[in-house]
Design a binder for this molecule. Structure first.
Ligand code: F6P
Length: 319
């Protein structure tokens, strides 16, 4: 193997740059040429591919976003689009591709492997929703961003004796809401993995008020409903007045945490090793604190499992 390429795709996540740096530096360390593909799969189709040097990834480990840019590409979802991408890969003499992104990006990589392109995937999404790995790059930083916001909201919630609803991202997964709710001491956490029951929620809120609780923080994962919808339900069903805070895309930005930089470095380097071993259709990740690699197809054989003992614990601690 003489030349590989790396791309970032889908929603960006803090730590993607650290992963790109690791891929580039490890590849060069191993004597390979390494190219960067700009704008994800769309850039691959359009041949936006350039050779990277050690210096190309200098001073980026601490930066959020992705220097390679990211995109969601409808064209790549078509066979014609993917064939164009394969042509570009061959034209540039690329023998293996590292894809850094979430599950949509992983699916794209799987399709490319079926067209004969060796691909290895590195999980990077703030949602932490990739089956087979305990942690994705970006989750820890986003979690810290959410906690910082909750701490600030708690100050004003306390001063004004209010109930606040904080909506966090996560798509269909409750990881970000659950971890942030537990770490931020939220009184209530609503996640898509648990059936929403407004009667139960209202009962909990009222029993808190009955015990003299003057303020309360509800963390709702976007996969359950929007914070505004929830506010309407509480108002309509129980005349409970709330304030709403939708954190939005600030959760995707910012300098990556130490943990995200470390796992990004580990995942990126492992991805290069896997390609050099002549393997394809592989995902890297983490289990029991160890960096692992596994069959890319396994990602799609089940859903990422949330640690529900944390949910139980959050309920026990917020009585
Ligand atoms: O997958 C990452 C994520 O931030 C989700 O949490 C969120 O639902 C989605 O992307 C938002 O996508 P976009 O940036 O395209 O609005």
């Amino acid at each position: 193997m003489k030349k590989i390429a790396v791309l970032t795709s889908g929603g960006d996540a803090p730590g993607m740059n650290a992963a790109v740096r690791a891929v580039v530096r490890k590849a060069i360390y191993e004597g390979l040429d390494v190219a960067g593909v700009l704008n994800g799969y769309q850039g691959l189709i359009e041949g936006k591919i350039e050779l990277l040097q050690l210096g190309s990834v200098g001073d980026i480990i601490q930066r959020g976003g992705t220097i390679l840019r990211s995109a969601r590409s409808p064209e790549f979802r078509t066979l014609e689009g993917r064939q164009k991408a394969v042509e570009q890969i061959k034209l540039h003499g690329i023998e293996g591709l590292v894809v850094i992104g979430g599950d949509g990006s992983f699916m794209g990589a799987l399709e490319l492997t079926l067209l004969g392109i060796p691909c290895v995937c590195v999980p990077a999404t703030i949602d932490n929703d990739i089956n087979g790995t305990e942690f994705t790059i970006g989750f820890d930083t986003a979690l810290n961003t959410v906690i910082e916001a909750i701490d600030k909201i708690r100050d004003t919630a306390t001063s004004h004796e209010r109930t606040f609803i904080v909506e966090v991202m996560g798509r269909n997964a409750g990881d970000l809401a659950l971890w942030a709710g537990l770490a931020g001491g939220a009184e209530t956490i609503l996640i898509p993995e648990e059936k929403f029951d407004s009667t139960d929620l209202i009962k909990r809120l009222k029993s808190g008020t009955g015990r003299g609780k003057k303020h309360s923080i509800i963390v709702v994962a976007e996969g359950v409903m929007s914070a505004n919808e929830l506010a309407d339900i509480l108002k309509k069903e129980a005349n409970i007045e709330t304030r709403v805070s939708v954190l939005g895309h600030i959760q995707r930005g910012g300098s990556p945490s130490a943990r995200d930089r470390v796992i990004a470095s580990q995942y990126g380097a492992r991805a290069v090793e896997v390609l050099m071993e002549g393997r394809s259709g592989v995902a890297v990740g983490m289990r029991d604190h160890l960096v692992i690699d596994y069959d890319l197809q396994d990602v799609f054989k089940g859903l990422h499992e949330l640690d529900m003992s944390m949910y139980t614990l959050s309920k026990e601690l917020s009585i």
